[in-house]
Write a protein that binds this ligand. Structure first.
Ligand code: 16G
Length: 249
């Protein structure tokens, strides 16, 4: 890789913006303008400090910010890399946990809500449940390594799980243990603009573009086991699907 200082330009000590923020902004622009590509390794912090004539602490602070925005990934023992966009297969019935592990990322969630209640009129229509049916609600902010990737709201009929606390890190693992993992699902993908509240949780900006995927999951006997709404960050997620013409033959 060419010298990053040549690519980004020197930092300006007379500028009001702190040096670490200038460096962060320069690196962010280089990533957004594709001057730095997915999986490119950044030079060691020591070299960056020399190139930009700043302290290693300044470099560290700039990189920390970009790691938490999800633009950089630190790999133990091998350095810091530009994060690739996450490609999610739209037609596979996998869980967030499985998707992240398959990409070598560490999945983690922070809980916003874990509760028992009864179906709302909307859920009762969507899941074909009679009014009053008990359900569990799981609201989580989902991370890959330290970067927030999605906000997820799931509703599961209570018969599917022994208790709300049966769900620790993975909903699908808990459903599988209980013999109620979905085997079929319907999905709908919609473009959304994040509200201020969603943006804050996802470390994005209000009105940034996001993708909402709604999934209704079913058991082999046709009963619904899940209605989930997942809001993905549009800047790091791609949905891909394999299509073939066999059904037309
Ligand atoms: C995925 C599913 C979501 C499911 C969750 C379970 C999509 C669009 N959605 O996010 O429906 O509830 O995985 O993940 O893929 P977990 O087992 O890691 O909790």
């Amino acid at each position: 890789m060419n010298s990053l200082a040549a690519l980004i330009g020197r930092l300006d000590e007379t500028n009001n913006l702190p040096l670490y923020q200038q460096l962060q902004r320069g690196l962010r622009q280089a990533i957004e303008n594709k001057l730095l590509g997915p999986d490119d390794a950044l030079p060691p912090e020591r070299d960056l400090a020399e190139q930009f004539r700043v302290s290693r602490i300044t470099v560290r602070k700039a990189l920390d910010g970009l790691v938490s925005e999800g633009l950089l990934t630190r790999k133990q023992g091998s350095g810091t890399f530009i994060s690739g966009r996450v490609e999610k297969n739209f037609s596979k019935l996998t869980s967030f946990t499985e998707d992240m592990i398959a990409r070598g990322r560490a999945p983690r969630s922070s809980w916003l809500r874990k509760s028992k209640g009864s179906v709302t009129p909307e859920e009762s229509l969507t899941m074909g449940l009679s009014p009053g049916t008990p359900v569990y609600r799981f609201h989580r902010l989902r991370f890959a390594d330290d970067a927030p990737m999605a906000l997820e709201y799931c509703t599961v009929p209570a018969f599917c799980l022994p208790s709300a606390d049966a769900v620790e890190s993975s909903l699908y693992a808990a459903l599988e243990m209980a013999g109620h993992r979905p085997t079929r699902a319907l999905q709908r993908l919609r473009a959304v603009l994040f509200t201020a509240e969603q943006a804050e949780l996802l470390r994005a900006h209000e009105h940034d573009a996001g993708l909402l995927v709604e999934r209704r999951g079913f058991l082999p006997d046709g009963r619904a086991v899940e209605f989930s709404q997942s809001y993905y960050r549009g800047d790091i997620y791609d949905f891909v699907a394999e299509l073939n013409a066999s059904e037309l033959e």
